[in-house]
Design a protein around this ligand. Structure first.
Ligand code: NAP
Length: 327
């Protein structure tokens, strides 16, 4: 069976089309290596994570593992477990207070640092350029790495720092130019914020990490990203569990023999977005990883998309007014 899949693999998935975006798929050799690892672990489902090519030419795994609200003393173990399951993309932030343990988890996982895509984010109190420079140094030293794969401005904070997130972005451009942030992007940026960056700065963000799930599809910001080469990363992809009891979701899950979480995460994947569900529960980490051996029919995709409640479905703060600075 494995030999058959190895032979058929490049023809099946050399380039795959998901939702509205073309997605480059990792090389044949790396797919076979992942497949062998996966098979050795005794897994029966075929699950290889596609890579998405960013506007700077770098590739990011479309599925990762989020560590928001994982306690520092549980983080290294959770990261090791996630890597054992097969995740090769970890999303952290200075604000989460667990960068040090993310680094430890990766270093003790048995997988090379270069195999894991690591994202971190600039904390809200540190938007002034000198503060941002110091914060980035601290992020690297806490992680214990000499580079991150992706560094983001966590929130635009348009009502703080004279609304000058453009200067903060120019500081991230320095980190990109000196090679310590291989890609740079933003998080929670609204269309107006992205337009301002386009008018005042040189680099188009590689990604915009925004709240998105079936109850808050965040379509306008996603559409702006698609038009301007900015890949959307969907945070709280299962709305921290809130969408999993929805009758539309549970019915589709029952019809196709998948779990509600798999259905919702697969909906994101077929829309072309990047996701990194968080879980400290190993069985859920595995469940959330098994998204690439099935496909949702267009009718199922439409039904899930119809659950969008617009602004009413937002669970997190509104980026236009959010001004929290951790004490
Ligand atoms: N940029 C931003 O402002 C921002 C904001 C929020 C989040 N994020 C990023 O996005 C990541 C994901 O978002 P999130 O952590 O807010 O929420 P999420 O991934 O939508 O949901 C996590 C919650 O769902 C539960 N869960 C996970 N898988 C499940 C499954 N298969 N079945 C049932 N329950 C399941 C988890 O419980 P257990 O852990 O107990 O298993 C946890 O309570 C974060 O970790 C972070 O990296 C970014």
């Amino acid at each position: 069976m494995v030999e058959f899949i190895k032979r058929g693999w490049p023809f099946l998935t050399y380039v795959a089309r998901f939702g509205e975006g073309w997605i480059g798929v990792p090389s044949y050799d790396s797919q076979v290596r992942e497949l062998d690892l996966y098979t050795r672990r005794g897994c029966t489902a075929l699950s290889t994570v596609p890579g998405i090519t960013l506007n700077d030419g770098n590739t990011i795994p479309q599925l990762g593992f989020g560590v928001f609200q994982i306690e520092p003393d549980e983080t290294a173990e959770a990261v090791r477990e996630a890597i054992e399951v097969g995740y090769r993309h970890i999303d952290t932030a200075e604000m989460y207070g667990n960068e040090r343990e993310v680094g430890e988890g990766i270093r003790t996982s048995g997988v090379d640092r270069g195999e894991v895509f690591v994202t971190s984010k600039l904390n809200n109190g540190l938007h002034e350029p000198d503060d941002a420079r110091q914060a980035f140094d601290t992020t690297l030293s806490d992680l214990g790495f000499d580079y991150v794969d992706l560094f983001l401005i966590h929130w635009p904070l348009p009502t703080l720092y004279d609304g000058d997130f453009a200067s903060t972005w120019k500081t991230l451009e320095e980190f990109h130019n000196d090679g310590r942030a291989r890609s740079i992007g933003v998080s929670n940026f609204q269309i107006g914020h992205l337009e301002r960056l386009a008018a005042e700065t040189e680099t188009v963000p590689a990604v915009n990490q925004i709240e998105a799930h079936p109850y808050f599809a965040n379509e306008a910001v996603r559409a702006y990203g698609q038009e301007h080469g900015i890949v959307t990363e969907a945070w709280s992809p299962i709305a921290q569990g809130e969408v999993l009891d929805d009758p539309t979701v549970t019915q589709i899950a029952e019809n196709i023999g998948k779990t509600p979480a798999q259905v919702v995460l697969r909906w994101h994947i077929q829309r072309g977005d990047i996701v990194f569900p968080k879980s400290v529960t190993p069985s859920r980490m595995r469940e959330n990883f098994e998204l690439f051996d099935f496909e949702l029919e267009p009718g199922d995709m439409d039904e899930i998309s119809a659950l969008d409640q617009g602004e009413g479905g937002r669970t997190g703060p509104n980026p236009d007014t959010f001004a929290h600075v951790p004490g």
